[in-house]
Design a protein. Structure first.
Length: 308
């Protein structure tokens, strides 16, 4: 089962839970290309008593029609507003402080509106904060888990932001969502199989956007892809024009896993001298030779290779 939940995410979840009582508004950053899969159900449970602003980032890379449908759906939920933005476009980000004040309601005049920015890894939280602040404050990168700890930023419009590390949930039940997250970089590359993710992603794009895929790669026709195989638990099949893999590459230490390690290897680990290691190996070989017979005179089962 595909998933990724390192220790710092569990720590970040505890920190979010501890800080939420002091927060006025929660901003959950979603990937506009996959709003359903990038919504963390664990964060939804933590913020169920807080007003939430859903930011659909990377809207310039998403299907505009689907994005409008998701924005309308989120706006229909209680205490929830939604906004589709490109996090590098400063003009689109100017609406966010105003929406935070509307969701927070009445706040004391002597303090800012406290807003926590949360979401899955590599979804654009730090880029959003840098765009709101107008300068590079939060560290960004094209990989998940760049932000390791919370950091506070004060922006214009009397809003105080708290940037949090990206958090996934321990067990991703929907493996179709897990492969979408892997395709967008939310799961670290050391926890995925590139070929599996590529095949599942290509099949999904071929099913949803065949014409766009053919135009992008200048193809006359698309090769036949199997339907998403992870829903049934089977292994994804390769395209017809490409031979299927015959198995995963094994690590060198796994290639002879069925062999029993030599006896002297255990002796070396226990720190025995070389002479004793050789003696132990010789005695083992004599014991394995069997009882005395015509081809092995002078041996006795209880002598263990020693003369009578």
């Amino acid at each position: 089962m595909l998933g990724w939940y390192p220790g710092h995410m569990n720590k970040a979840r505890r920190q979010i839970q501890e800080a939420l009582p002091e927060i006025d508004v929660a901003i959950e950053v979603l990937d506009a290309r996959l709003p359903y899969s990038s919504a963390n159900p664990m964060l939804a449970g933590l913020t169920r008593h807080k007003p939430v602003l859903k930011i659909l980032s990377r809207a310039d890379l998403a299907d505009p029609e689907r994005t409008r449908e998701w924005v309308a759906y989120f706006d229909s939920l209680p205490d929830t507003r939604a906004l589709a933005v490109t996090t590098t476009n400063a003009r689109e980000l100017k609406r966010i402080p105003k929406l935070c004040h509307e969701l927070a309601g009445q706040v004391r005049a002597d303090r800012d509106v406290r807003v926590m920015v949360m979401g899955i890894p590599n979804v654009g939280k730090s880029t959003l904060i840098n765009g709101l602040a107008g300068k590079a404050i939060a560290k960004t990168g094209n990989e998940p888990a760049v932000t390791k700890r919370q950091q506070k930023v004060r922006i214009a419009g009397r809003v105080a932001l708290i940037d949090t590390p990206g958090v996934l949930w321990p067990k991703i039940e929907d493996q179709a969502s897990a492969y979408r997250l892997a395709a967008t970089g939310a799961i670290r590359d050391t926890a995925i199989d590139y070929v599996d993710v590529a095949v599942v992603t290509a099949a999904e794009l071929a099913r949803r956007y065949p014409e766009a895929l053919k135009a992008r790669y200048k193809l006359a026709d698309l090769p036949p892809y199997a339907a998403n195989p992870r829903r049934s638990g089977s292994r994804p099949t390769a395209p017809a024009h490409r031979p299927a893999r015959r198995g995963r590459l094994r690590r060198p230490c796994d290639t002879h896993r069925d062999r029993q390690p030599p006896r002297w290897a255990a002796c070396r680990r226990r720190g025995r001298p070389a002479s004793r290691r050789r003696g132990a190996a010789a005695r083992t070989a004599r014991r394995q030779a069997g009882p005395p017979d015509a081809g092995n005179p002078g041996r006795h089962p209880r002598s263990h290779g020693r003369g009578r």
